[in-house]
Ligand binder design. Structure first.
Ligand code: MV4
Length: 450
């Protein structure tokens, strides 16, 4: 196992990784920008190295600074967390060239999944159901039109280099095709320096369901059930839960075993998430994330498996500590992302936290780097913490969540807590009746007005 892990991230995930390292008896190195000198992970790590000024490109994304920090401290592995360099295949290779382990998948798998066309072709080859559409990129309007007619309108045009919702255009009919294609191409070129696009049938009211997997890189892989991340605004997840209220046990088993077998065949190493759109009882692959995700705790709560611990041990060459048969899905978990934002407008609200009182009690978990007196800097994402609640049933989980939300006190900054207090009392939410458009529609209809 590793002696010393450098945590190439900040905020709650840096703390989450630090906790896993401590429990494994591994020494920790925090790196931080000058804006994060007072951060919790910096205080708790065995060593800390300042790697640059506030802008991420000069600090958390600065590969030479990170290599220097590894060199100075003698770290033998790097945990990238999520965001920043976590899905950068080149970074994984550079670390490898320096004899430092990247705690994540093989670089080749990061690279494949980063190219959305290659990812989809790989998924299809591995027997994962995909959205009907072009087999690869489409370079000519005539070809695009032929495919669109074949699969039927509406269609969606996506950037190969995109993902997470960037660079997509919907065409409702033939007349909209040529404008949709050219805007998608020019936006993709401007945003990613690559104008390759592909076409899919546009699903109108899907849910976003993602399957958690973990592989040993040697042909063993296990799934840990799914998370329902349909509740989102502008491609930012707001509320995640496991299991999905929309699936029955046989659908869960079908998609889980399909994904586990595919990842075993791929020789996938470490944790990963295969994302699907789910509509009318069918799953359609859209993307794969090759990192630990923000919402991983809901899976941990229902499986009692420490995903970051497994991730670190597997990167160190260990076996999976469990088999598929050992995985028992237990009860229900919901995560609320507590952002430093206005709950109605989502305008960021960085600043000093003057009161921070977190809820407790059975089945309540708060993953946060915040504390009373901490100042949320304006340079990074606005995640101040995550409230994760577990219960034997979804109903119990909702009751506990309502109670925990009412206990949570944050002063000095605005947070999304008021949004969750509204959501947890909403009949559609209580019934699990929501798709990827539900929240935006409710907000437009005045959910958070006055
Ligand atoms: C789609 C889709 C409908 N049909 N693909 C957005 C993020 C990117 N990961 C894929 N996305 C979508 N792909 C087809 N064929 C609708 C979306 C989509 C979406 C997906 C997941 C979660 C939130 C979303 C919000 C808007 C659109």
């Amino acid at each position: 196992m590793f002696d010393k892990v450098l945590i190439a991230n900040r905020g709650e995930i840096a703390l989450r990784v630090l906790r896993a390292c401590k429990e494994l008896g591994i020494a920790t190195v925090a790196v931080h920008s000058t804006a994060d000198s007072e951060a919790m992970h910096v205080k708790l790590a065995d060593e800390a190295v300042c790697i640059g000024p506030p802008p991420a490109r000069d600090s958390y994304l600065n590969v030479s600074q990170l290599l220097a920090a590894c060199e100075i401290t003698g770290a033998d592995a790097v945990h990238p967390g999520y965001g920043f360099l976590s899905e950068n295949a080149r970074f994984a290779e550079i670390l490898d060239d320096h004899g430092i382990v990247f705690i994540g998948p093989k670089a080749e798998h990061i690279r494949i999944m980063g190219d959305k066309i290659a990812a989809k072709q790989t998924a299809k080859r591995l027997g994962i159901p995909v959205v009907p559409g072009s087999d690869g990129g489409v370079s000519e309007d005539g070809e695009a039109l032929r495919i669109a007619r074949e699969i039927g309108f509406p269609v969606i045009i996506k950037a190969a280099a995109g993902g997470g919702g960037r660079g997509m255009k919907v065409a409702l009919n033939e007349d909209e095709m040529s404008v949709a294609l050219s805007t998608a191409r020019s936006e993709a070129k401007a945003a990613f320096g690559d104008d390759a696009v592909y076409i899919e049938k546009y699903l109108q009211k899907p849910r976003h369901i993602e399957v958690q997997v973990i592989g040993d890189g040697r042909g063993k892989a296990v799934h840990l059930g799914e998370r329902d991340c349909s509740l989102q605004r502008r491609h930012q997840k707001v509320w995640e839960e496991a299991p999905s209220p929309a699936l029955n046990a046989s659908e869960r088993e079908r998609i889980g075993s399909t994904v586990a077998k595919a990842m075993a065949d791929l020789g996938y190493l470490g944790v990963g998430t295969v994302e699907f759109l789910y509509e009318d009882g069918e799953f359609y692959f859209i993307e794969m994330n090759t990192r630990i995700q923000v919402e991983h705790p809901v899976t941990e709560m229902i499986t009692d498996i420490d995903l970051v611990n497994e991730q670190i041990r597997i990167a160190g060459g260990a076996e999976l500590s469990f088999t598929q048969d050992d995985v028992k899905l237990n009860g229900h978990a919901i995560e609320c992302r507590i952002n430093a934002e206005n709950a109605a407008t989502f305008r960021p609200s960085p600043g000093k936290i003057t009161q921070w009182h977190v809820p407790g009690g059975l089945g309540v978990r708060v993953d946060s780097h915040a504390y009373q007196g901490y100042t949320i800097p304006p340079y990074y994402d606005s995640l101040a913490g995550k409230l994760i609640v577990h219960g034997k049933t979804r109903t119990e989980c909702l009751m506990r969540l309502r109670r925990a939300l009412d206990e949570f006190v944050v002063d000095g900054i605005e947070t999304t807590l008021p949004l969750f207090r509204t959501l947890v009392r909403n009949p559609d939410m209580q019934d699990g009746r929501y798709d990827i458009h539900w929240l935006e529609k409710q907000l437009a209809d005045g959910l958070m007005d006055d």
